[in-house]
Design a protein around this ligand. Structure first.
Ligand code: TYD
Length: 225
């Protein structure tokens, strides 16, 4: 099914730069795009500079979220239908946003989150064909419209992403999906970033780790300044 890839939620400047003293930085990208490595390096760099940093991930991040994560990613649940899958990710995100991310932002913490609303837009909206707009709106409702100050999109080619994910030696339900699915979500991530460049740092994730890190750090420091 062909999906419109141009949907951009209305930018709300009052929220886009955060009503909270903390800063919300999200990392997005396909499987094997290097998010975990880059989040760790950024957390270390910001901690060294004296910032208080919280690293968290989706799906998961709360007790209920970790249970939902196991439910939706396990191989044994191969028959979950796309609507149920989308609602489970949104439920996990609601708990995460309300119970963990927002309180941390209120306390002045920098929150580094591995995946957020755009992952649902890309995987469920584009990959599963449920529509970017519907899926984005569902998550915006679920989170009380809690949006990142900046989203770091680590862009790697489908082939590179597949090779890296394969080297990790396991594939969860999403990673096991076919190439049409993965190419749809790669295009969706790119188009989301291109549609609102002021809210994204689009970084070539195929570069050496240190080079990617430098660009990620520059993007984070620009939001913090
Ligand atoms: P994870 O092991 O965290 O993968 P990665 O290290 O690539 O982030 O597994 C999360 C998987 O769940 C990943 O394949 C993307 C998928 N996912 C969705 O399909 N929708 C979502 O909303 C989220 C947050 C993740």
């Amino acid at each position: 099914m062909t999906q419109a890839l141009t949907y951009t939620p209305d930018a709300d400047p009052a929220r886009a730069h955060g009503p909270y003293p903390g800063t919300f930085i999200v990392f997005e990208g396909g499987d094997g795009s290097g998010k975990t490595t880059q989040i760790k390096l950024l957390a270390e760099a910001l901690t060294e500079r004296g910032y208080s940093v919280l690293v968290t991930r989706e799906p998961g991040g709360t007790d209920i979220g970790e249970k939902l994560r196991a439910l939706v990613l396990e191989h044994g649940n191969g028959s979950i239908d796309p609507h149920t899958e989308a609602l489970i990710f949104a439920a996990s995100r609601a708990a995460h946003a309300h119970q963990k991310i927002q309180p941390a932002l209120e306390a002045g913490t920098i929150v580094l989150c591995d995946r957020y609303i755009d992952s649902s837009a890309a995987y469920q909206g584009a990959g599963r064909g449920l529509g970017l707009e519907t899926i984005t709106d569902l998550s915006r409702w679920a989170t009380g419209n809690l949006l990142p100050d900046i989203t770091v999109l680590l862009d790697v080619s489908l082939a590179e992403s597949r090779a890296r994910a394969g080297a990790r030696g396991h594939a969860d339900r999403m990673e096991a999906a076919d190439d049409t699915f993965h190419s749809a979500l790669h295009s969706a991530f790119r188009s989301l970033a291109q549609a609102a460049p002021e809210r994204y740092a689009l970084i070539n994730g195929a570069q050496p780790i240190e080079q990617v890190h430098k660009q990620v750090l520059d993007a984070a420091l620009a939001v913090l300044s």
